[in-house]
Design a protein around this ligand. Structure first.
Ligand code: G6P
Ligand code: MG
Length: 216
């Protein structure tokens, strides 16, 4: 039985994955190395600090901790500029309808995001009221693939992990869901998300009846 759906934010509910990518790419450009869209897959779902470490590894750079903090801040400042202009037009296809459908069917809804900017995005897009619980990067101490964010979400909704479904566009997020003992739906391409229980191109391809069928 499905009692709760837990959603990643970036790349699942809203189209912010592109802003993260652009902001990281600008940073890499400034540091003088190439950062591709394929490289960016490794950053999806990963915390800001961990992302920077991966980025620097790709660029082959070793940088002191204080300098790293400045670079992370520089990236975030650019990212915040992008999300400040967001509105409901940047909600991904099918996302709002599916959130509503969950509620209509008595399924609780939680956010499980690594982002410390989640509240800004939810408020700017008008999505905050659709969540029964919100767990973001300000509540967690361990980043995906650690299951913490989803376990906190399940706890907030009073649902056992075996009754929870996670929606994720990142490999690290699917791994986190699996480690939390939850059913996982990959949003994106089956190649990158092969570890998910099922994969759909977007939430426009998802419905509660379809979810119940695949969960059973
Ligand atoms: C999400 C995104 C990552 C991002 C992370 C932290 O998981 O998929 O790309 O690095 O959140 O976001 P933040 O807004 O706190 O830098
Ligand atoms: Mg994501």
């Amino acid at each position: 039985e499905i009692k709760a759906c837990l959603f990643d934010l970036d790349g699942v509910i809203v189209d912010t994955a592109k802003y993260h990518y652009i902001a990281w790419k600008e940073l890499a450009d400034g540091l003088g190395f190439l950062f591709t869209e394929q490289d960016n897959e490794r950053l999806k779902g990963v915390s800001r600090t961990a992302s920077l470490n991966i980025l620097l590894e790709i660029g082959g750079l070793t940088i002191a901790e204080e300098e790293k903090a400045k670079l992370a801040e520089q990236k975030n400042n650019r990212y915040v500029e992008y999300i400040a202009k967001m509105d409901s037009s940047e909600i991904l296809p099918g996302a709002l309808d599916f959130l509503k459908e969950c509620r209509t069917n008595g399924i609780k809804v939680a956010l499980g995001s690594a982002s410390k900017n989640a509240m800004t995005i939810l408020n700017n897009t008008g999505l905050t009221p659709y969540f029964d619980a919100i767990i973001d990067g300000t509540h967690t101490s361990a980043a995906k693939p650690d299951p913490e964010v989803f376990l906190l979400g399940a706890k907030a909704l009073d649902a056992a992990p075996e009754h929870c479904v996670v929606f994720e566009d990142a490999e690290a997020g699917i791994e986190a869901a699996t480690r939390a003992g939850m059913f996982s739906i990959g949003i994106g391409s089956p190649e990158t998300l092969s570890a998910a229980n099922i994969v759909v191109p977007s939430l426009a391809h998802m419905s509660v009846s379809m979810l119940k069928e695949s969960f059973a």
